[in-house]
Design a binder for this molecule. Structure first.
Ligand code: CP3
Length: 342
């Protein structure tokens, strides 16, 4: 059968054993990443230096023969490209001045996007040229709700500011979501033009919302982004990851118009497969702590997931990103176990 396994699954064909890639497959758990990262002091500089970002993207693919590479970048690069002053602090993550009013929403400058996203697009072109033929390249953006959480609170946490703003000042929060949705569309379209073969929306904090607000701030923006991209790139597959969506994963999958949805570690693969139409591929969902611990339970948990989703389009992945303390040998074991499952 011809074609990259990951793209066959995304077009609706089950593949056994399932293709595999891992969220945060590039990063600090790899010694070669830490060596590369040490070349520049600042993570933003690292992400916007194509030579370094290309190499970071390729490192895990080379080491583990995965089925996909994911663009090395960060979800906060989109707000940064729109003009938000962004910094990364050790042990904190991204920090930026909290957005408090409509003037700040209006300062998010879509006009800056083509110039500011140039390094990201150059990284995509460089990776595209260097990838082994069976490996697919995935581009991504932060979904509007998760980006709005970081922009309003200014850093990671429980996002109390965002969760209050969307109720106390719904027109402001809605304006922010709309602006981020309008920015995500050309940002993803430019990634598609530069050579990514699939796109993913990371909505890491989607699970903070009750159902009616989830429909409004998670499903509706995803549907708008999907409709726009499908109009321009009808065969480009789109993956959504509304983390901790719980029972809202099913309406998200049905209503968003995406080709695949990511399951977090909490989701039960059998129940998800029973409720989500088989035309929509499922991605996931090994607990990152299983990969961290390794040993017999890693293989058992991984094969249970693959077995539960066998016969329907499934991309093997974690339910969230690789933890920085993970021994790289455990990733090699996981890939080996799955490939031997044939
Ligand atoms: O391999 C890959 O997955 C590609 C690169 C990638 C990064 N971040 C690199 C990164 C991707 C796809 C992301 C997505 C991302 N970034 C998300 C969505 C997925 C998720 O984890 O929920 C979120 C919420 C962010 C925001 C972010 N960036 C945080 C909270 C942090 C700090 C926490 C941490 O892991 O350090 C970052 C920094 C970051 N992004 C690092 C990496 C490799 C670590 C920084 C470093 O190496 O110095």
């Amino acid at each position: 059968m011809a074609g990259k396994p990951l793209l066959r699954v995304l077009s609706g064909t089950p593949v056994w054993p399932p293709p595999i890639w891992l969220m945060r497959q590039a990063g600090r758990y790899l010694p070669e990443y830490r060596a590369l990262r040490a070349k520049v002091p600042n993570f933003l500089t690292f992400c916007t230096t194509p030579e370094l970002a290309i190499e970071a993207t390729l490192q895990p693919v080379r080491r583990f023969s995965l089925d996909a590479a994911i663009l090395f970048s960060d979800i906060m690069l989109l707000p940064w490209a729109l003009g938000c002053p962004l910094a990364y602090k050790d042990n904190v993550g991204p920090v930026l001045p909290p957005l408090t009013d409509l003037a700040a929403v209006e300062r998010l400058a879509l006009a800056r996007l083509p110039e500011a996203s140039r390094p990201v697009l150059e990284t995509i072109r460089g990776v595209h040229a260097a990838l082994p033929p069976a490996v697919a390249l995935i581009g991504f953006t932060g979904a509007p709700f998760t980006l709005a959480c970081y922009l309003t609170d200014g850093r990671s946490g429980e996002f109390h500011t965002a969760r209050r703003m969307l109720r106390d000042n719904p027109w402001l929060f809605t304006a922010l979501i709309e602006r981020l949705t309008e920015a995500a569309i050309p940002y993803l379209a430019a990634q598609a033009e530069a050579g990514v073969e699939a796109l993913m929306l990371f909505d890491s904090w989607a699970g903070l919302l009750p159902s009616s607000l989830f429909r409004r701030f998670v499903i509706a923006p995803a549907a708008r982004i999907a409709a726009s991209l499908k109009a321009r790139f009808p065969s480009l597959p789109l993956i959504g990851f509304p983390r901790l969506a719980g029972l809202m994963l099913e309406p998200y999958a049905r209503l968003s118009g995406l080709d695949a949805v990511g399951l977090d570690s909490i989701a039960d693969p059998t129940l998800a497969a029973a409720s989500i139409p088989a035309s929509i591929a499922l991605q996931g969902n090994l607990d990152p702590f299983s990969l961290l611990s390794g040993g017999p339970s890693l293989g058992e948990e991984a094969l249970a997931i693959a077995g539960a989703l066998r016969g329907r389009p499934h991309i093997f992945n974690l339910g969230h990103g690789v933890l920085p303390e993970t021994p790289p040998a455990h990733v090699a074991d996981l890939v080996h176990t799955l490939r031997e499952a044939a």
